[in-house]
Design a protein around this ligand. Structure first.
Ligand code: UDP
Length: 310
C-alpha cells in the first residue's frame, strides 16, 4: 500500500537508511531536515525535501505516518548546541505531533537510550524509569527526550493518537559521521585506525556500550511503522551484548590491521558508565532481534569507510 510518510531528520544517518528502505517499499516520502548535522546525504529526485528546522516546520498537508527523527545525538556536539538540541527534542516533537494529530497519522518517535541516564539495571528494560541529572551537561538531550516521551504519551491518552516510541541504543554503520564533534565512538575509532592516528579513549575505557548495526535498526523501525496493535507502546531497539570501550578500540585496531595506539584522554562528564538494552519486549512483541554481530557490522562499516577515505 502506498503511504505518505513524513520524516524529520530524514537526511541524517538513521534517516537516510530508513528512507532507502521505505522507498523500496514504494512509499511516498517527504523529508524535513535543516542539514545542520547531515554529512553523507544526497538529495534525491524521488523524495520531497524541505530544508527547515523541525521546530519551525508547519504544513497543511496530510500524512499517513509521521516519523520524528531529527536530533543532535552526539554528546560533544549537543553539549556545544544545547538550545537547538533541547528545542528539536521538545518543540520539534510538538510540531510533529500536531501534524500527526491533524492527519490522524501513526506517529513514530526515535527517543534514546539516554532517557535511562546512568542506569542501575543493565541490560536495561523499558520499565526502568531512569537516573538522570535534570541540570547536568547532558540534560539538554536526555531530559528533552524524556519530555518528548511524556508529550507523546499525553497525545496518545488525550487524542487517542497511534503513537509508538523506540529507544535506540548506539546504532552504527556506513554513513555515521566520524569527524569533529559529530563523531560517535565507532566511526571515530575506525577513522583514527584507518588513518594510523591515535585511538582516543575517554577515561579508563572500562565504560560499556552495546552496539546495534544500522540494518538491524532499520528492520526494527519498519516493524514499528507497519505492525498493527502497538499504540502507546515503547521499545528498546538495541543490543544486549555489552562491550567495554577499550575492547572496542582494540577490536577495531585488529580488524583494520592498524598500527594505531590507544591514547587515554580525560573522561567525559556524566558519561553513563554502562549501557546495554534488555530487548525481551522487542523480541516478544515485534518479533525482532539483532542479526548482525558486532564483528560483522564493524567489518561492513570499515569497508565503507575505506571507500570514502580513498
Ligand atoms: N568515546 C571514547 N572516545 C571517543 C568517543 C567516545 O572513548 O573518541 C566513548 C565515550 O566516552 C562513551 C562511548 O565511547 O563512553 C560512546 O560514546 P558516543 O559519543 O558514541 O555516544 P554515547 O553512547 O555516549 O551517547
Amino acid at each position: 500500500m502506498l503511504m505518505k510518510i513524513l520524516i524529520s531528520g530524514g537526511a541524517g544517518f538513521l534517516g537516510s537508511h530508513l528512507t532507502e528502505a521505505l522507498l523500496e517499499k514504494g512509499e511516498e516520502i517527504t523529508i524535513v531536515d535543516d542539514l545542520s548535522t547531515a554529512k553523507y546525504f544526497n538529495i534525491r529526485k524521488d523524495v520531497e525535501f524541505i530544508k527547515k528546522k523541525v521546530e519551525e516546520f508547519e504544513t497543511e498537508k496530510k500524512y499517513d505516518v509521521v516519523i520524528h527523527l531529527a536530533a543532535r545525538p552526539s554528546p560533544e556536539d549537543y553539549i556545544e548546541h544545547p538550545v537547538d538540541t533541547a528545542l528539536s527534542n521538545s518543540l520539534g516533537t510538538y510540531k510533529m505531533l500536531e501534524i500527526a494529530r491533524k492527519s490522524n497519522a501513526r506517529f513514530i518517535y526515535t527517543s534514546s537510550s539516554e532517557v535511562y541516564g546512568s542506569a542501575s539495571i543493565i541490560p536495561t528494560p523499558e520499565t526502568y524509569w531512569g537516573y538522570v541529572n535534570p541540570i547536568g551537561i547532558r540534560s539538554c538531550y536526555d531530559e528533552s527526550k524524556r519530555f518528548s516521551e511524556a508529550l507523546i504519551m499525553a497525545y496518545h491518552r488525550q487524542y487517542k493518537l497511534d503513537t509508538r516510541i523506540q529507544r535506540p541504543f548506539n546504532v552504527y554503520g556506513p554513513g555515521l559521521r566520524e569527524d569533529g564533534t559529530y563523531g560517535r565512538v565507532v566511526s571515530r575509532f575506525i577513522y583514527q585506525a584507518l588513518k594510523g592516528e591515535d585511538v582516543t579513549v575517554f577515561g579508563d575505557g572500562n565504560q560499556t556500550r552495546a552496539f546495534l548495526y544500522i540494518s538491524d535498526w532499520v528492520d526494527a523501525t519498519i516493524k514499528l511503522i507497519y505492525k498493527d496493535g502497538l499504540e502507546g507502546e515503547v521499545f528498546n531497539i538495541g543490543s544486549d551484548k555489552e562491550i567495554k570501550i577499550i575492547e572496542l578500540a582494540n577490536m577495531i585496531i585488529k580488524l583494520t590491521g592498524s598500527k594505531s595506539r590507544i591514547k587515554y584522554l580525560p573522561p567525559r562528564p556524566d558519561d553513563p558508565p554502562r549501557r546495554a538494552a534488555d530487548i525481551t519486549k522487542a523480541k516478544e512483541k515485534l518479533g525482532w532481534y539483532p542479526k548482525i554481530s558486532l564483528e560483522e557490522g564493524l567489518k561492513l562499516t570499515i569497508n565503507w569507510f575505506k571507500g570514502v577515505l580513498k
